[in-house]
Design a protein around this ligand. Structure first.
Ligand code: NDP
Length: 337
């Protein structure tokens, strides 16, 4: 039973030495408990935030020496719980480890799924984030221009595809020519701009001649700065994340841009709203499941995954994802059967 623990709190981009792999005996379930074996582990940017002490209103940080947390698709290996049986496949929070015990409270039975790992991505947390963020917070309307950051990623690719099927014009932003080609040719977006190339603000203005109605924010930094002058009167900005800053240890130098932001929000009546997807499961998950199942079955939404193999490779895959080496939802195959 291997597990990946947090060995040190990172400074900047996490390094392999911030993680440690430990070997422990497989635990035995007590009455009411279930023994799970991880088949798929989800790797998500929020895990970077949990590696350090973050402020209130967010999840608890991982303690030094404790296993990294994370969503998993797990198999029930042994059960002393009435509702779960050996062989069941469940959505769990087993973290970065081969085996885990659960009381059953946080488990969701998955039944038969053709591709169970999608329960961690487009059919699960990240797809749901795209759905709530774009539809409930972004309030997208047909004919509007939607700009999507990290557009080939787990959340962004689904945001862009839902925006298209609602009749919007979608301009994506991604890192590198290959991702931009994928965004236009495979995902069907109207344009995609490489944020690593110079003159992003000028290129974005040219790609959005009537301005931006909805900006789906996952990145912050230079991308947000290029977007801000183009936001139209009454624009909506669902704030999903700001990954460009997750590895920063200090405030960036230079003049304070906060007054410019406040003036823009006020004068153009821009609505910017942060959201944490955990708040929306009770009210919106069933609608999401129904709609997304239909969109995926009809081919209107495609779900792409980046797969790493083996728990021991989870730290490197995580570091790679934070730097944009993933195309689509990053998962790790931990056990095949
Ligand atoms: P992705 O699959 O999109 O992977 C992260 C991507 O971020 C990378 O592939 C990279 O794409 C992009 N990126 C990294 N650094 C930078 C940078 N400096 N500038 C621009 N882009 C960068 O991850 P997810 O889809 O899982 O998550 C996307 C965002 O959504 C994150 O901010 C995450 O924290 C947030 N999130 C928020 C939730 C909520 O409840 N609010 C729930 C789930 C996710 P590229 O190569 O294109 O630059």
């Amino acid at each position: 039973n291997r597990r990946v623990v947090l060995a040190a709190r990172p400074h900047g981009l996490p390094r392999l030495t911030d993680f440690r792999i430990e070997e422990l005996p497989v635990p035995a379930p007590q009455d009411g408990q279930i023994l799970l074996r991880t088949e798929w582990l989800s790797l998500d940017p929020y895990m970077r935030n949990l590696m350090e002490e973050v402020g209130p209103g967010y999840a608890e940080p991982v303690a030094l020496g404790a296993p990294m947390v994370g969503g998993t698709v797990s198999r029930v290996i042994a059960s002393r719980h009435a509702r779960f049986h050996e062989g069941d496949l469940v959505l769990a929070n087993a973290g970065w480890q081969d085996y885990a015990l659960s009381s059953g409270e946080d488990l969701l039975a998955l039944g038969d799924m053709a591709q169970p790992s999608l329960a961690l991505g487009g059919l699960g947390m990240t797809g749901f984030t795209a759905y709530v963020g774009l539809l409930d917070i972004g309030q997208v309307q047909a004919g509007e221009t939607v700009v999507v950051a990290a557009v080939t990623g787990a959340v962004g690719a689904v945001v862009g595809q839902i925006a298209k099927l609602k009749g919007a014009r979608v301009v994506g932003i991604a890192g590198g020519a290959d991702k931009c080609r994928h965004a236009v040719e495979v995902l069907g977006f109207d344009a995609c701009l490489d944020h690593r190339e110079p003159l992003l603000a000028e290129r974005l203005a040219a790609a959005c001649p009537t301005g931006i109605d909805v900006y789906f924010e996952s990145v912050g930094g230079a991308v947000f700065e290029a977007v801000l002058p183009l936001l139209r009167l009454g624009a909506r900005v669902p704030v999903c994340g700001f990954i460009a800053h997750y590895n920063e240890d200090a405030l960036p130098p230079g003049p304070n841009r906060l007054p410019q932001l406040m003036a823009s929000l006020l004068q153009r009546r821009i609505r910017m709203q942060g959201f944490i997807i955990l708040d929306h499961y009770a009210t919106r998950f069933e609608a999401f499941r129904r709609d997304m199942a239909e969109w995926v079955a009809s081919g209107r939404v495609q779900l792409h995954e980046a797969r790493a193999a083996g728990l021991e490779n989870a730290p490197q895959a995580f570091i790679d994802m934070l730097q944009g080496r993933n195309l689509g939802k990053q998962v790790v195959s931990v056990a095949d059967s």
